[in-house]
Design a protein around this ligand. Structure first.
Ligand code: NDP
Length: 348
């Protein structure tokens, strides 16, 4: 009997706890072989770890569109794989497929109708990009900027991006530049990341929020104030940014990762001062959820693919090898161990 591996949720960190790799357990399982009509056998190539998974570790996710992971059952999320056997007419041996609900298993049997067949040419054969720049994080950046950012070329806007060296932020800043912002300033957690944003991704400048006073750094880097803020982190960083925003500015409320290990609702409550800034300066701050724009995903992926293939958008990834390292990769991403999209490579 051939063996496969899978990852189950072993323990919950608690709403106020920090996740640890030991919350996940790797198990041996049997490689499935029997297929029913409509099913395919897939071998997993790449798996994604994403911040939204933190709330799936709680017994109540706090979001109606996300179910909690169950204890001692396989964890799931974004994945890419290759079809190795098929009883589904739309998918043949060798098809490359993706899903948002891919179980963390080295092999799996799935209903073919729940998989999306993708064309490797869209990513020049770099299949992990379907989990990043030409996948959900890329769409989040693109649709977040386009739906909520109101970038207007020729008006000398300044855009600030927090979580700027991550999967969504690194793409969002580049789209801000392509959409005509005069200055794009990134905020992230190390000098090395700041340097990468400027030298490799074309950000105007970058601020390491772990060093020095963020308010004075923002004044220096954004001398004309801030018009658009792509917010991935929330908390004190966002309070500092919003306090320096211009009248009629726009906050793209993408995520609030600094608050994900706390028992607070989403979006977390704002301080009185920040609420006053928003109100008195007529700044919009509408919640943005990429899944609410399904009808724009196909066109969005084509746009992202074009930018990536033509080199107008540069893609950064941090790749870890082996299904045994899923828990480590998740916890590392949650604490800034990644530059660009955190990927786990499961097989060749
Ligand atoms: P990233 O690749 O950006 O990884 C997370 C990053 O967050 C880390 O690398 C770390 O970078 C940063 N971070 C962690 N803790 C803190 C903290 N306390 N303060 C500041 N930064 C912190 O993840 P994604 O790009 O996948 O996701 C980014 C955000 O976008 C998340 O908030 C996520 O929930 C949200 N999101 C929202 C979607 C939507 O539809 N609205 C869809 C997808 C993602 P550093 O070194 O800079 O600290």
């Amino acid at each position: 009997m051939l063996k496969a591996k899978r990852v189950v949720l072993h323990s919950r960190p608690g709403k106020n706890g920090h996740p640890v790799p030991e919350d996940f357990r790797v198990e041996e399982t049997v490689k499935p072989s029997e297929l029913k009509e409509g099913e395919v056998l897939v071998r997993t190539l790449y798996l994604s770890v994403d911040p939204y998974m933190r709330c799936r570790m709680n017994d109540d996710t706090g979001a109606d569109y996300l179910l909690p992971w169950r204890l001692e059952e396989p964890v799931d999320g974004g994945g890419v794989g290759i079809v190795e056997a098929s009883k589904n007419k739309a998918l043949s041996f060798g098809s490359i497929v993706t899903s948002f609900n891919w179980r963390w298993q080295s092999y799996d049997v799935m209903n073919g109708s729940l998989l999306h067949k993708v064309n490797p040419e869209m990513v020049n054969g770099h299949l992990s990009y379907f989990l990043g720049a030409v996948g959900m994080p890329g769409l989040t950046a693109l649709l977040g900027v386009r739906e909520k950012g109101h970038a207007t070329p020729g008006t000398n806007q300044t855009m600030v991006v927090s979580g700027a060296a991550g999967a969504c932020g690194s793409i969002a800043g580049q789209i801000g530049r392509l959409d005509g912002c005069e200055r794009v300033v990134g905020i992230c957690g190390s000098d090395q990341k700041c340097q990468t944003l400027v030298t490799e991704l074309g950000f105007t400048s970058a601020i390491n929020y772990k060093k020095g006073d963020i308010s004075s750094a923002l004044k220096e880097h954004c001398p004309k104030g801030i018009d658009i803020y792509f917010d991935n982190v929330g908390g004190p960083i966002s309070d500092a940014v919003i306090s320096q925003m211009n009248t009629d500015g726009h906050v793209i409320l993408c995520g609030q990762i600094s608050q994900y290990n706390k028992d607070v609702p989403y979006p977390p409550p704002l301080s009185e001062d920040t609420q006053d800034s928003l109100r008195f300066k007529n700044i919009t701050r509408e919640r943005f959820v990429v899944l609410n724009y399904m009808e724009k995903h196909k066109e969005g992926l084509l746009q992202l693919s074009h930018w990536v293939k033509t080199g107008q958008i540069k893609v950064l990834e941090t790749v870890v090898n082996g299904i045994e390292n899923m828990g480590d990769a998740f916890c590392s991403m949650m604490t800034g161990g990644n530059v660009g999209k955190q990927i786990v490579k499961i097989s060749d």
